[in-house]
Design a binder for this molecule. Structure first.
Ligand code: G3I
Ligand code: 9MR
Ligand code: ZN
Length: 586
């Protein structure tokens, strides 16, 4: 049924979807995708989570046209399940909109509904039900299988490729020479590079998902080649990347920054990219970098805990690798990386590695209980500015101190020391600050105006990670609802009415900067991938042409616009964490 065809539309939405300089776009209209719920036709100005809501949690839609009252109607027979009044219009700075809120939290009866305004406008259909986010968790986690390098990948439906990037060698900048027999890992993003720093936070976040929400993810059947084996699918998928990470550790314990070609390739399938995949180093002794080695150390230490039951030998290998990496970092505490001459792939260059080392210390302490690691954590924690005015911020690829703090605090839960108390308190303070942001934003997300950077959708997901950890320290349903608010934002409750996860929701974006989605003969992009999202500082030739607008509108669904519409493993991973949390609430 196309009930939306006659609805009025301001045209702003289509504006956001114009295809500036994009000769390869499929089409400017919405394409049917593998998701049966995808709708065609113009969207209304009613914005909500296109997947729906859990029965017992808060449910709020944002309305950008003027109305007074609303009803929630069953899609089966248009019967009215809930009536409400809209809040007064309030300006929303991030979108420039005047927004009214429709709060229907009181409706808890599972069903399929739409929201109707007294103006006659009707939203896309959505679900209220305990399984509202079940498929989303499956798809966003399975997307990592889709990112696999070096093996046959087949998600079904034509989303497939044979083994890729098997031709590996040491680049001169690595301090070594010759070919290398390695393969594996996940393609980082829309490109085919593999970068330890980004792999580190992504893999760490996924392993934390396991540790926080094992009951939810333990039996998740991801339909991957390892399914049915003795390692749960969730851990088997992560192991695929860990095995590759292990191959980037040198004999001395240091870890090279990345394995990529010298330049980004064009829009080709991975098996058609025949450029040599080089292990790339700093170009000067000791060639490996401290941030990469610190991240690697932390992740291997977490892995030693997670695989101890199902794969004890692998867990031991991980722990040994972590110890070697730790020792290397003690010798070389601040070797920074920048692209050596002739290398133009992503750099993940960081200006300091003390947070990576803090994370490594905390995870090793939590895993081994050895006093030396606690001492290393505490001496850096108390010696630095941290102790006096500790500020816990959500993690990002370049800033992992929160992961260090939380890991330490979780290891001390039975006998909290001063550091633990300070960490917990500061985390709660930040959570409350994010809650105040959410309460004052028309679209309910926790983003400040300055958070609309490259990968702002990942920032939102990581804010939710922080909120969920805060709830772990001090349970509070309003903090959890705030964490879910970012999920609602990412899945449609935003000023563009777009779902930023491929193939999820009624109006998913269609044109990610993701090579296999562009080069492959597929009608919709590869499933389960989160877009980087709005960026107030566009940095590619397409997004650069966007007229200056409020930050949430600095987005275009164009595959060439990598600074607003690329996908990346470090944005998908906190979304998996958030979805696992959401699935644990029922
Ligand atoms: O943090 C500052 C902020 O304070 C400032 O207001 C803002 C103004 O531009 O910039 C912020 O820094 C930005 C930073 O991302 C935030 O993480 C930089 O401008 C921006 O250039 C930087 O972008 C990074 C991008 O690579 C370019 O280096 C992204 O974080 C990073 O996710 C992205 O990663 C790429 C890899 O290099 C290659 N593979 C794909 C991947 C995803 O796009
Ligand atoms: O595909 C690349 C993407 O992963 C990076 O995030 C981005 C910025 O480093 O660069 C993309 O590659 C482009 C390159 O920078 C410039 N030439 C065109 C490439 C594909 O759009
Ligand atoms: Zn590959």
């Amino acid at each position: 049924m196309n009930r939306r065809g006659f609805l009025k539309n301001t045209g702003r939405y289509l504006g956001a979807l114009s295809f500036v300089g994009n000769p390869f776009s499929r089409t400017a209209s919405w394409m049917p995708s593998a998701n049966a719920q995808t709708v065609t036709g113009l969207p209304s100005q009613i914005f909500l989570n296109q997947l729906g809501y859990l029965p017992s949690r808060a449910k709020v839609a944002s309305v950008a046209e003027r109305a007074s009252t609303f009803t929630i109607q069953s899609t089966a027979d248009s019967s009215i399940a809930f009536r409400g009044s809209l809040s007064q219009p309030r300006p929303d700075a991030a979108s420039g909109d005047l927004v009214q809120l429709a709060d229907f939290s009181g409706l808890t009866m599972p069903g399929r509904y739409w929201l109707a305004l007294d103006t006659g406008s009707i939203s896309d259909p959505f679900v209220i039900g305990p399984d509202a986010y079940k498929q989303a968790l499956y798809m966003t986690m399975r997307a990592f299988y889709g990112q696999r390098c070096g093996c046959n990948v087949d998600l079904g439906g034509g989303y497939a490729h044979p083994p890729c990037h098997l031709d590996a060698a040491y680049h001169a900048s690595s301090g070594k020479k010759g070919v290398l027999k390695n393969h594996g890992g996940w393609h980082d993003a829309g490109d085919y590079g593999r970068y330890i720093v980004d792999s580190g936070i992504s893999t760490g976040t996924l392993l934390w998902t396991w540790e926080f929400f094992e009951p939810v993810v333990h039996n998740l059947n991801l339909r991957i080649p390892e399914s049915g084996g003795k390692i749960p699918d969730f851990l088997a998928e992560i192991q695929w990347n860990l095995e590759w990470m292990l191959t980037l550790q040198d004999k001395d314990g240091g870890v090279w920054q990345k394995q990529t070609s010298e330049q980004f390739c064009g829009f080709i399938m991975p098996q058609d990219d025949h450029a040599v995949s080089y292990v790339i180093g700093t170009g000067f002794a000791p060639y490996k970098s401290t941030c990469a080695t610190g991240d690697f150390c932390a992740v291997m230490a977490i892995a030693a805990r997670c695989y101890n039951t199902c794969a004890p030998e692998f867990a031991q290998r991980c722990l040994q690798a972590a110890r070697k990496a730790w020792n290397w970092c003690q010798k070389y505490p601040n070797v920074l990386f920048d692209n050596p001459r002739g290398i133009n792939t992503g750099s993940y260059a960081d200006s300091g590695c003390s947070d990576e080392l803090l994370w490594a210390a905390a995870e090793l302490w939590r895993t081994t209980g050895e006093a030396a690691f606690q001492h290393a954590f505490l001496s850096q924690f108390s010696g630095g500015a941290q102790a006096a005015h500790l500020e816990v911020d959500a993690p990002s690829w370049g800033g992992v101190s929160a992961l260090a703090y939380w890991s330490y605090a979780m290891s001390m839960e039975k006998s909290p020391d001063a550091a633990t108390t300070a960490i917990q308190q500061s985390t709660l303070d930040t959570a409350h600050w994010l809650q105040s942001k959410s309460a004052n934003n028309g679209y309910g997300n926790t983003l400040s105006m300055t958070d609309y950077i490259w990968g702002s959708n990942g920032v939102a997901a990581n804010h939710s990670l922080l909120l969920i950890v805060a709830n772990h320290f001090h349970p509070d349903p309003t903090v959890l609802d705030c964490a879910l608010n970012n999920l609602h934002y990412l899945l449609g409750r935003n000023c563009l009415g777009i779902s930023w996860v491929t193939q999820l929701g009624a109006r998913p974006y269609q044109h990610p900067h993701h090579r296999p989605s562009i080069a492959g003969m597929v009608s919709a992009p590869w499933p389960g991938l989160l877009s980087g999202g709005p960026n107030a500082h566009p940095a590619d030739s397409v997004a650069d042409t966007l007229p200056h607008k409020p930050p949430m509108r600095m987005y275009i669904d164009d595959h060439l616009a990598y600074s607003v519409n690329e996908v990346a493993i470090n944005w998908n991973a906190p979304l998996v964490f958030l979805l696992a949390a959401a699935n644990s609430l029922q």
